[in-house]
Design a protein around this ligand. Structure first.
Ligand code: MD3
Ligand code: FE
Length: 193
C-alpha cells in the first residue's frame, strides 16, 4: 500500500477520466445472475472488463458504443508501472484500466479478480475522491475481511500470494470531495491479455 503515491497527480487523473467518459460513458453493467451493479464502470486501454448475462470477460470493443475503448493515457500507464515497481513488481505494463465510480451507498461485494490470463502480474489500484473502506479478505470466501481505509491518492498493489484474495468495497459514505464531488473514482490497472 503506497499511501498518497498519486496525490499530486490526482487532478490530472480526474481530468483524464472526464475525457475518457466523454467517449466511453459510465454505465451500470449487469451480472451473469441478472443484478445491476451499483458501481458505474467504464474502461480505457486495449482491453476492457465487461459483464452481462453472458458472463464476465474482457472485450476490445465497448458494447455500449461499438467502438474501441479510449486509449490508456500515457500518464496512467507510467503511474501504474512506477507503483508496481516500487512494490517489487518491475516490468508491469497494463493493457486494461477499469474505471469504477462509486456514489454514496454503492458498494462492491466480495469477489476475486480471476478473468486475467496471466495471474503472475499484479493489479494496481488508484483511489481518487471520496474515501472508502476496502474489504481485504482471504483466499477462501468465508474468511472475515479486514477493513482498510483508502483515501484520494492512495495506491495499492496486489500480487504474488495475495493476487487471488477475496476483496470488496463497503457502502460509500456521503461526502463532497473538492476534486470529484459526491463520488469516489477507482482506477484498476491490470494485465488482462
Ligand atoms: C485485491 N475494485 O474493480 S481495487 C475491481 O476500489 C475492484 O474499486 C475495487 O475490486 C475498487 O475488481 C478495489 C483494488 C483491488 C483490485 C484487485 C485485487 C484489490 C485486489 C485483486 C486481489 C486482491
Ligand atoms: Fe476486484
Amino acid at each position: 500500500m503506497l499511501r498518497g503515491f498519486a496525490r499530486h497527480q490526482a487532478a490530472v487523473l480526474v481530468a483524464a477520466v472526464e475525457d475518457i467518459t466523454a467517449a466511453a460513458p459510465f454505465r451500470n453493467m449487469v451480472t451473469p445472475g441478472g443484478f445491476r451493479m451499483s458501481v458505474a464502470m467504464t474502461n480505457c486501454g486495449r482491453a476492457g472488463w465487461v459483464t452481462d448475462r453472458k458472463g464476465y470477460r474482457y472485450e476490445f470493443v465497448d458494447p455500449m458504443t461499438g467502438r474501441a475503448w479510449p486509449p490508456m493515457p500515457p500518464a496512467f500507464c507510467r503511474l501504474a508501472a512506477s507503483a508496481a515497481q516500487a512494490a517489487g513488481f518491475p516490468g508491469f505494463i497494463p493493457d486494461a484500466c477499469l474505471i469504477n465510480r462509486y456514489e454514496p451507498e454503492t458498494r462492491l461485494s466480495l469477489h476475486r479478480d480471476e478473468n486475467e490470463r496471466d495471474l503472475s502480474a499484479p493489479i494496481v489500484s488508484v483511489s481518487l475522491g471520496l474515501p472508502a473502506i476496502f474489504l481485504f479478505g482471504g483466499l477462501s470466501r468465508g474468511e472475515r475481511p479486514r477493513r482498510i481505509a483508502l483515501e484520494s491518492g492512495d495506491v495499492v498493489i496486489w500480487g504474488g500470494p495475495d493476487r487471488l484474495v477475496h476483496h470488496g468495497v463497503a457502502p460509500l459514505a456521503e461526502g463532497d470531495d473538492p476534486l470529484t464531488g459526491k463520488c469516489r473514482i477507482n482506477l484498476t490497472f491490470r494485465k488482462a491479455l
